[in-house]
Design a protein around this ligand. Structure first.
Ligand code: K7E
Ligand code: RUQ
Ligand code: CUA
Length: 646
C-alpha cells in the first residue's frame, strides 16, 4: 500500500511532524453496499450502543452503530447547561474535588463493567485526566452516579481499566508526582528522589458498584500511559505501559525518548490485594473526595476522605515486574485469551507482542536483566512472543476481533492494520482520514469481542466535511470487519475529542432503561401534588415548592421576594409518561436552567440582584400550550414590606 513508502524515511521522530499525511485510494476502500449496511430505517433501532469519550469536553456521548447517529451526550465531568448538571443544587456536589468545585475535565477512556471477562451491561466507568477522578455511570438511567477523586496522582490517563469480574478499576498516574504526605513544594530538579508513579486499585462493590480506593502501589517515578487487565489465565495480572523511563522532568524528545526501550509494568493484583488485606503498606495522609448520587432523594453528596493505603516497591518485590518495550509505548492491550500482551511503541517501527506464559516462566527462572529502581526487569527476549514487522508508523492502540486477529491504529501513517496474533503477519491495511488515535471493536478489549465493526476515531478531519471555520469536529470512520478485508462504510463527525470508546449490543440495555416513578421520589423538597405547592420564607431563604405539569407551574405568580434573598425553586415534574420533561428558567439567574424528568425534583438557586419583575418559563417544548407555561416573580428592594404571596 501507498503508506508503506514512508518506511524509507530514516527517522521516525521526524515523521511525527508529518502526522496526517494523506493516504490515497479512498474510493477503492469504500464497500459497494456501504449505504445498505449503515442505513437504519426511520423508527428502527441501531444494533449497538456506542459510548464515546468526549476528551476535552469532559462528557461521554452515546452513538448508535452502524448508523453513527448521536443519541445523547451524558454529562459526567463538565457542567451541562442543557439539563442543569453542575448548576442544580442536587448535582453541584458531583463536581466537588479537594480543590473545590471544578466545572470541567479531560475525559479519555471508558470501560464497560464485565463479568467473566464479558461485558455485562451494568455500569460504565470514565476517567478524568486533569483533576484525577473516575466516574461510574449507571446503565439503567444513563446517569453519572459516582465520582471518586484519585489522590497521589496527576493526569489520570491509565484509567479506568478493569479486572475481568470488575473487582477493581485501576487509575495509573500519568505524571510522576510527590505523594501527598510529602510536601509537594520541592525543587522540580529533585524529580529523581521525590517523584513517584502511583497506580490506584479502586475496589468495586459487586452489588452496588460503589467505588473506593482499596490500595495504591507506589512505583518508581515514571509515567503510566495505558493499561489493561489480564483475562483467563492472566486474570490475576494487570499490565501498564510506561514511558519516560529516563525520569526526565522536561519531556523534550531527546530526554524522554533516549532510552531505546521503556517498559510494560506487570502487576499481580491478586497478590497485591492480599498484601493490602494482610496489613502491608503504609497509610498516607491525603485528601480526596467521594461524590455519590442517590436516586431516591435525587441528589448528590460529597464526602472528604483523609487517608489511603500505599504499597511500596519493597512490598511488591514478588508481584511487580518491568518488561522492556520499544520506545514510548502507548497502548497496552491484552488479547481475548489472555495470553498475548500488545505494547504499541509510538516511536517504534514494530509492534512487540509479549506472551503471558513466557513472562511467568521468566519470573520462575529469574530471567532478569537487572533492576530499575528496585523493580526486577524481565529480559525482553524472555517475555517476547514476537514482533509484528513493519506494521505502519506510530502504532497506538490495538483491539481484537475474536477470530484470532488484532487491529492496530497507526497515528502517523493514518491507517488501520490487521494482523494475525499467532504468526504476527500483517493481513490487511486500510487508510484512515486522518491520524487515528483509538479504535474500537464492540467488546474488542474483552474475552468475547462481538466483532463485526471497527470504528477509527480520527484526530484530524481536514477535507472530509464542509469547512466550519478554523476548527473542524473530530471524526469517526466505521469499517465492516466481518470478512478478511476491512471495508470502509461510513464517515461521521463526533462531539468533543474522542479517545477511547466502548460498545455493546443494544439488546443488552434497551429494555432495562427506566424513568423515575414519583412514588419513589424521596427528595426532601418534593411536592407530590399541585395542592401541596407553596412558598416558605426562612430568614433570607425562600423555598418554592413548585410543580410542573402540562401546561402550567404551581405556583406561577410570586410576590414578596426581596433583593438579598436566596430563592430556591424546588421543581417537581408531576408527569408520569416517558420522555415528558419540563424545563425551568428565570431571568437574570446565575445558574443555568433545569430540565426535570418525569417524577423528579430539581432545585435551582437564584439570588436576585435588583428589584423588578422577573419572568420564569418552561424551556422544553412540552405541549401545544408550552409557550403558556410561564409565570412572574416580583422582587422588591431589601427591607420592603411587600407580603409573601403566591
Ligand atoms: Cu491514545 Cu488519551 Cu487513550 Cu487518546 S489516548 S488517542
Ligand atoms: S418555539 S417549537 Cu421555542 Cu419559538 Cu419553536
Ligand atoms: Cu413544560 Cu414546556
Amino acid at each position: 500500500m501507498k503508506s508503506l513508502k514512508l518506511f524509507g524515511l530514516s527517522t521516525i521522530v521526524a515523521l511525527i511532524a508529518l502526522s496526517g499525511c494523506k493516504p490515497k485510494g479512498t474510493e477503492t476502500a469504500v464497500s459497494g453496499d456501504a449505504a445498505q449496511k449503515v442505513y437504519v430505517a426511520p423508527g428502527k433501532y441501531d444494533e449497538f450502543y456506542n459510548f464515546v469519550s468526549g476528551g476535552f469536553n469532559g462528557q461521554v456521548s452515546v452513538y448508535g452503530l452502524p448508523s453513527g447517529r448521536l443519541l445523547k451526550s451524558l454529562p459526567v465531568f463538565s457542567v451541562n447547561p442543557e439539563n442543569g448538571y453542575g448548576f442544580s443544587e442536587e448535582t453541584k456536589p458531583m463536581l466537588e474535588t479537594s480543590h473545590g468545585f471544578i466545572p470541567w475535565d479531560d475525559q479519555h477512556h471508558l470501560a464497560l463493567s464485565q463479568t467473566n471477562g464479558e461485558v455485562d451491561g451494568r455500569w460504565l466507568f470514565a476517567n478524568a485526566n486533569n483533576t484525577p477522578r473516575v466516574a461510574r455511570l449507571d446503565l439503567k438511567t444513563f446517569k453519572t452516579v459516582e465520582i471518586l477523586e484519585i489522590p497521589n496522582s496527576a493526569g489520570n490517563h491509565s484509567s479506568p481499566f478493569l479486572t475481568e469480574n470488575t473487582e477493581y478499576v485501576v487509575a495509573g498516574t500519568r505524571f510522576a508526582v510527590p505523594t501527598d504526605d510529602k510536601n509537594g513544594d520541592v525543587p522540580i530538579s529533585s524529580f529523581k528522589e521525590n517523584f513517584k508513579g502511583v497506580v490506584s486499585f479502586i475496589g468495586i462493590n459487586k452489588d452496588s458498584g460503589e467505588m473506593d480506593i482499596a490500595f495504591q502501589i507506589e512505583a518508581p517515578g515514571i509515567n503510566f500511559d495505558l493499561s489493561h487487565a489480564g483475562k483467563g489465565k492472566s486474570g490475576d495480572w494487570f499490565f501498564f505501559s510506561c514511558y519516560n523511563s529516563e525520569k526526565a522532568n522536561t519531556l523534550l524528545e531527546v530526554n524522554a525518548s533516549q532510552n531505546d526501550k521503556d517498559f510494560i509494568m506487570a502487576i499481580n493484583w491478586k497478590k497485591a490485594a492480599e498484601m493490602a488485606k494482610a496489613g502491608k503498606g503504609r497509610k498516607v495522609a491525603t485528601e480526596y473526595v467521594h461524590n455519590k448520587w442517590d436516586e431516591k432523594t435525587h441528589s448528590a453528596t460529597s464526602t472528604m476522605k483523609k487517608e489511603v493505603l500505599v504499597l511500596s516497591v519493597e512490598d511488591m518485590k514478588d508481584a511487580m515486574y518491568f518488561i522492556p518495550c520499544p520506545k514510548s509505548p502507548h497502548g497496552c492491550d491484552v488479547d481475548p485469551t489472555g495470553e498475548y500482551i500488545v505494547g504499541s511503541g509510538k516511536l517504534a517501527a514494530l509492534i512487540p507482542v509479549f506472551s503471558f506464559t513466557k513472562i511467568q516462566k521468566a519470573i520462575a527462572d529469574k530471567n532478569f536483566s537487572g533492576e530499575y529502581d528496585g523493580v526486577k526487569v524481565i529480559k525482553y527476549e524472555a517475555a517476547l512472543h514476537g514482533e509484528v514487522q513493519k506494521p505502519g508508523l506510530g502504532p497506538l492502540h490495538t483491539e481484537f476481533d475474536g477470530r484470532g486477529n488484532a487491529i492496530t491504529s497507526m497515528f502517523v501513517s493514518s491507517e488501520l492494520v490487521k494482523w494475525n496474533i499467532k504468526d504476527l503477519k500483517v493481513i490487511d491495511r486500510v487508510p484512515t482520514y486522518y491520524s487515528t488515535g483509538h479504535l474500537m471493536i464492540p467488546g474488542g478489549d474483552t474475552a468475547k469481542p462481538f466483532g463485526k465493526y471497527v470504528v477509527a476515531y480520527n484526530k484530524i478531519t481536514k477535507d472530509r466535511y464542509l469547512p466550519t471555520g478554523p476548527e473542524l469536529a473530530q471524526s469517526a470512520q466505521l469499517f465492516d470487519i466481518s470478512g478478511d478485508k476491512m471495508k470502509l462504510l461510513l464517515d461521521y463527525p463526533l462531539f468533543g475529542e474522542p479517545h477511547y470508546a466502548q460498545a455493546l449490543p443494544a439488546a443488552m440495555l434497551k429494555d432495562q432503561v427506566k424513568f423515575f416513578k414519583i412514588d419513589d421520589n424521596h427528595h426532601p423538597y418534593v411536592t407530590k401534588g399541585e395542592k401541596e405547592s407553596k412558598v416558605v420564607r426562612e430568614g433570607n431563604k425562600i423555598h418554592v415548592y413548585m410543580t410542573s405539569i402540562r401546561s402550567h407551574f404551581a405556583p406561577d405568580n410570586i410576590e414578596g421576594v426581596r433583593v438579598g434573598d436566596e430563592v430556591y425553586f424546588h421543581v417537581t415534574n408531576l408527569e408520569q409518561d416517558w420522555d415528558v420533561p419540563h424545563g425551568f428558567a428565570i431571568k437574570g439567574n446565575q445558574n443555568a436552567e433545569l430540565l426535570i424528568m418525569p417524577g423528579e425534583t430539581c432545585t435551582l438557586k437564584w439570588v436576585p440582584q435588583k428589584a423588578g419583575m422577573y419572568p420564569m418559563y418552561c424551556t422544553d417544548f412540552c405541549s401545544a400550550l408550552h409557550q403558556e407555561m410561564q409565570g412572574y416573580v416580583r422582587v422588591s428592594p431589601a427591607g420592603s414590606s411587600t407580603p409573601l404571596t403566591y
